[in-house]
Write a protein that binds this ligand. Sequence first.
Ligand code: SF4
Length: 349
Amino acid sequence: MNLKSLSLPELAAALEPLGAPPPAVALKIFAAVFARNARAVEEVGFAPQVPRAVREALLARASLPRLEVVERRRAADGFVKYLFESPLGGRVEAVRIPLFDEKYVVCVSSQVGCALACDFCMTGKLGFSRNLETWEMVDQVLAVRAEADRPVRGVVFMGMGEPLLNYAESIRAAQILRHPAGPAISGKAITFSTAGHVPGIRRYVREGHPYRLAFSITSAIPEKRAALMPVERTYPLPELVEAIREYAAVRHQRAMLAYVCIRGVNTGREDAQALKRAFEGIPVKIDLIEVTDPTGRYLPPTPEELSRFRDELQILRAPIARRYSGGKEIGAACGTLEASARGGEVLAP
Ligand code: SF4
């Protein structure tokens, strides 16, 4: 019984055969694991409310695995990047992002590597190894929180991997993260970023989860998008746009479009016009992100180019934000730490 992979209802069900302890016992154990970050099963089982039979069964059968911190890099702007190694095999990255000097958001990975092979992404170049289990996603947050000097108030699944291709485990991780007796992160502060896995978006909309989705678009010109994001060949833009339309309609809110800006590639007038045509009538907001490519093949736009593109995007009549890409010198973009050993102050694990 892996106590870090069970939501509260699943934990209560797992405890049933051990003598049907009262629901409060499951709640105590859940809180010990996720709110108090118990390091060993012994720390979980000794609460006075836990009956002896349950305690003995937990000590005999339960496990509390942990990711090992292999490396930390701290950037001057407060971003900290973590490289974890899992006992199940493989390394994944997470980033601690400071917000308003008062809280942190943690960017977590959902897969070891990624199969979607976006051309500007280092993780895409690593290829796909496996899906992470629920506990491996939750433990990234617990490990960062354990050494944070401010509370962790948000989680974004924007690290390595496509979370909607690891759907059930990612949703269960979010369910655990938002539970008030656990890490207690508001559902509205949990975001899944998708490169455009249309069946996953549709399922998400059907199931009506409280979390947010962000949609990586990067070009609304199909040929250009296919060259940058091969997922376009499987789920072409018109299908993706329809799924986003449904999401926005059901949520009664603007859909967040993430747009990775690349110098001389996707920041022209025709790119802005293509976005307008594709998303006509859909309430969206646009998040501009400057590409980070340690290989130097793709460069971020110049300040003038970015400013011109922002002006061009006014035709969409949508809110536009420029997302601060922090931690540049430590390779905070996903995949760069695992794929490259460049730069940054290396802290002892
Ligand atoms: S950008 Fe995201 S979806 Fe694309 S290859 Fe990288 S991790 Fe995968």
